[in-house]
Write a protein that binds this ligand. Sequence first.
Ligand SMILES: [Zn+2]
Length: 148
Amino acid sequence: MALLAKLIYLRMVWGMVPVNRFQIFLRGLTVCCPNCGGRQIFRTWFRLHYRCPHCSLKLTRTEGFYLGAMVWNYGLTVFGCFPVLIALYLAGAYSSTILGVLCVAVGVLLPPLIYPWAWSLWLMSYYLALPHELPANAADDGSVDEDE
Ligand SMILES: [Zn+2]
């Protein structure tokens, strides 16, 4: 009963309920706000809102916070795509010249294409590690259920 009252209070006062790690994970994969699940966390393709337009979660926390998104972007490009290209080359799918052209093309074109997703994955990573920093979990006494 106390939990139900707490959920009703959170819904009425803050318009949000506690978020578990599985929800944070899904919201990260679908480029949604980790706190409320709102879909418009980007102003443009390359411009993240400073705060979520739905719940006011501060999306760019401090100077240098964007480095995590850069790591995701670089990691997905280098460790996600280049091994596939190299494996196809080793399997004889194309010549070394084509491999070079494909690597340059993927290295140049892929990072801007996956930029919003890299940001979302970074926010997901951050809040998966620190779910109690989400405003929706703030009133949860830091004891967020980790197994849902
Ligand atoms: Zn939000």
